[in-house]
Design a protein around this ligand. Structure first.
Ligand code: IVH
Length: 721
């Protein structure tokens, strides 16, 4: 080993081919010896950091001199560790979430909305089912010809993770079915009982590990284990409550379908009941709430669903929620603690958010040490002071909130909080902006530093890589923090030049540990697992390259334009198709008299405030430059409407007169779901006017302009074609 040791001191960039060859030979033997010590004898002779450095050096030399790569190169022997990833799996039918109701009035609104949408008269009864909302994680089980072929987590709703081998270890999940439809996707919740959760926590603590915070967390962690043996050792359970793709219907009603699932061998929740009156629904909710602590598993509310499946189909979905169901949540859990400090955080759009630092307290099984105070008004209204005893509450996944101050316990001399007038990060002025819609000053204070504010820049980057935006595997908040703080990544385009800069030797990412807590992972016996740095950096580069082509809607969302989140980004992407067209329109719309501005406002859902956010963003030369640099690296893909193949996709439709088989809302929602634009007035751009009895001026105008006029039946036939 020592015979070429002199080459060890030469920097990679200075190595001549001859010395590089010698150095590669030396590295191969040193790394081999280290591997033998580590794996074979369980006795490492060098530290992990030294080992990583050797492999890194080897790889860099191979990059510089690809021809010199040895047949026994250590770089080819990295694949031993299990893949840190699950295979992605696209859902045949999206897995959506539920809208929430927080009180009886919200429930009444829900039932009213359903009746109105369906156009039902007062005398017509609508049945709803009510069942517990299980606090676990949802899973889609696909059976083909009665055999379980795929189990996938929900993921982002469109794509989940393939966890089939783990699901196979769950006793409640049938592996094969008799008399099942040829294609059957059963959906439900994986959860862990209180009893099993407590037993597991006892084991963890005995083994010197941290106790898990709640059953849902453990259930999620257990299902997403790379080693199915670990999942098998965790007693998970499963309740079926809905379905995805089906080759034939399971019944005519929700209740029938659930009974059918039970008959096929799935566990369904015994508290599922059907009611015709809203009072009875709510009485069932109260009953479930009262019995909650005795159930033996966590629930966080009651789900109501329209029972008739033909109604469910007509009601359909609005953005991410079905119109035919709602989750009636239980009130948040509360606890009392001491507020130790108030800190100001600066968000991606410069908003200053006060955050309460609390003496840690357990609320509903989770330790809480921070709570949001929203804004200056909220602090003043609640008169929250440092040192106060406060009541905190936590509902589901939302950030804990401060409900009230226990005034009797206020320490003497506690001073009212003075909200800062300047940004705590960059020192720029913080102001309450005017809202163009209301003409009033906003309640939020914002840092005016824009791009010079490090906090804003960092938050924008975090948003850029977030799940609804670029969603780059291995590039999360922690990595962005580190990359930003040392100047490796200052703006989005920098992410896409990481590999090139690494290869050129300008940066060295191998010194970051990309594992979860910055520590080397350990296996069950407490032994450190093999170094993963080298692999994770290569994986990161690959994950980044995977995103060089990205849907225009994600791209737009990623930019972090004010008032443009996931939903509005999708509206823009669908309207303009190409990102470049959106970009050009935004620049032209600076002039509010320009056709581009008027056109932007024709997008259903886009108003003056959103348009202003877009225009202001592209008006800023720094932003345009940053986007231009990003466009050199990434190509946003033309947005396909989900219904691109429908006969009315992209067409503009006007409904007029009385519709007989559906309500106006329903007609509009169906048309939009098929990719059509629904307009309130007839113009030369209108493709179809659907006219029912009593149609007046719009019908006349359509006839004058030669726009195609359809009856309701003709329209129904057209959209089915
Ligand atoms: S029905 C279209 N029923 O709640 C969505 N969901 O917030 C139909 N959940 O992702 C879902 N218990 O993970 C339904 N009895 C139940 C449920 C339930 C728990 C979860 C599910 C879903 C989330 C929606």
């Amino acid at each position: 080993m020592a015979k070429h040791a002199e080459t060890a001191l030469i920097p990679v960039s200075k190595l001549a081919p001859e010395s590089a060859e010698k150095e590669l030979a030396r590295l191969a033997s040193v790394i081999k010896a280290a591997d033998e010590a580590y794996y074979g004898k369980d006795k490492p002779e060098i530290t992990d950091a030294e080992y990583d450095a050797l492999r890194r050096r080897n790889l860099l030399i191979e990059r510089r001199f690809p021809k010199l790569k040895r047949d026994d190169s250590p770089s080819d022997k990295v694949g031993a560790a299990p893949s840190a990833k699950f295979e992605k799996s696209k859902h045949a039918v999206a897995m959506l979430s539920l809208d929430n109701a927080f009180d009886d009035a919200d429930v009444a609104d829900f039932t009213k909305r359903v009746r109105k949408f369906l156009g039902l008269g007062d005398s017509e009864k609508v049945a709803f089912t009510a069942e517990p909302k299980i606090d676990g994680l949802s899973l889609n089980l696909r059976y083909e010809d009665g055999v379980l072929t795929l189990a996938a987590t929900r993921g982002d709703g469109t794509t989940g993770e393939n966890v089939t081998s783990n699901a196979l270890t769950i006793a409640d999940i049938p592996k094969s079915l008799k008399n099942a439809p040829a294609v059957l996707e059963v959906r439900g919740e994986v959860y862990m009982s209180h009893e099993d959760f407590e037993a597991l926590n006892r084991q963890l603590v005995e083994a010197g590990e941290d106790a898990a915070p709640n059953p849902r967390n453990v259930a999620a962690g257990s299902l997403r284990q790379l080693d199915a043996a670990v999942t098998a050792a965790r007693p998970l359970q499963f309740f079926a409550y809905t379905w995805g793709e089906l080759s034939e219907p399971l019944g005519e009603t929700q209740m029938d379908a659930i009974k059918r699932l039970a008959k096929l061998g799935f566990k369904t929740n015994p508290l599922t009941k059907r009611f015709y009156e809203i009072d009875k629904l709510i009485a069932h909710y109260r009953k479930i709430e009262e019995g909650r602590s005795g159930l033996g598993y966590d629930i966080d509310g009651v789900v109501y669903k329209v029972d008739r499946l033909d109604y469910q189909e007509r009601l359909g979905f609005v953005s991410r929620h079905p119109r035919w169901a709602v989750a009636h949540k239980f009130p948040a859990e509360k606890a009392t603690t001491v507020l130790e400090d108030i800190e100001i955080q600066v968000g991606r759009t410069g908003k200053l958010t006060p955050v309460a630092r609390l003496k840690p307290v357990t609320v509903g099984g989770v330790v809480v040490s921070n709570a949001t105070l929203h804004n200056e008004d909220e602090i003043n209204r609640k008169d929250v002071r440092v040192g106060d005893t406060v009541v905190v509450q936590r509902a589901g996944d939302v950030i804990p909130q401060i409900v009230e101050v226990v005034k009797d316990k206020r320490p003497k001399g506690a001073k009212a909080f003075k909200f800062p007038d300047s940004c705590p990060v960059c020192g720029s002025h913080a102001v309450n902006e005017l809202n163009p819609n209301t003409g009033k000053a906003d309640v939020d204070k914002r840092c005016t530093g824009g791009l010079i504010c490090a906090a804003q820049a960092k938050e924008r980057l975090k948003h850029f890589v977030s799940r609804q935006a670029f969603d780059i595997e291995g590039l999360g908040t922690r990595q962005i923090e580190a990359f930003f703080d040392d100047g490796t990544v200052k703006e989005p385009a920098d992410i896409f030049t990481l590999r090139r800069r690494q290869d050129a030797g300008d940066i060295d990412l191998y010194r970051y540990d990309l594992d979860d807590k910055g520590a080397r992972k350990r296996d069950k016996s407490g032994k450190e697992k093999p170094p993963t740095n080298l692999k994770s950096v290569q994986n990161l580069f690959d994950a980044i390259d995977d995103r060089r082509k990205i849907a225009a809607s994600r791209f737009i969302n990623a930019l972090g334009v004010r008032h443009v989140g996931e939903t509005n980004a999708r509206l823009f992407a669908t309207h303009y198709g190409e990102f470049k067209d959106f970009y050009d329109a935004a620049v032209k719309a600076r002039d509010e008299n320009a056709p581009a501005y008027a056109d932007m406002l024709t997008i259903d859902g886009v108003g003056a405030l959103v348009a202003r956010g877009v225009i202001d963003f592209f008006d800023e030369v720094h932003n345009r430059d940053a986007v231009d640099r990003l466009l050199k690296e990434v190509s946003p893909q033309r947005q396909e409407t989900t219904a691109a193949s429908s006969p009315v996709a992209g067409k503009t439709v006007v409904f007029t007169g009385t519709l007989e088989t559906m309500t106006r809302d329903e007609a509009k929602a169906t048309a939009q779901g098929l990719g059509a634009k629904v307009s309130g007035s007839v113009s030369g751009k209108t493709d179809y006017v659907v006219a029912g009895p009593g149609a007046g001026s719009k019908l006349k105008k359509a006839e004058e302009l030669g726009v195609k006029v359809l009856t309701e039946q003709e329209w129904a036939a057209l959209i089915k074609s």
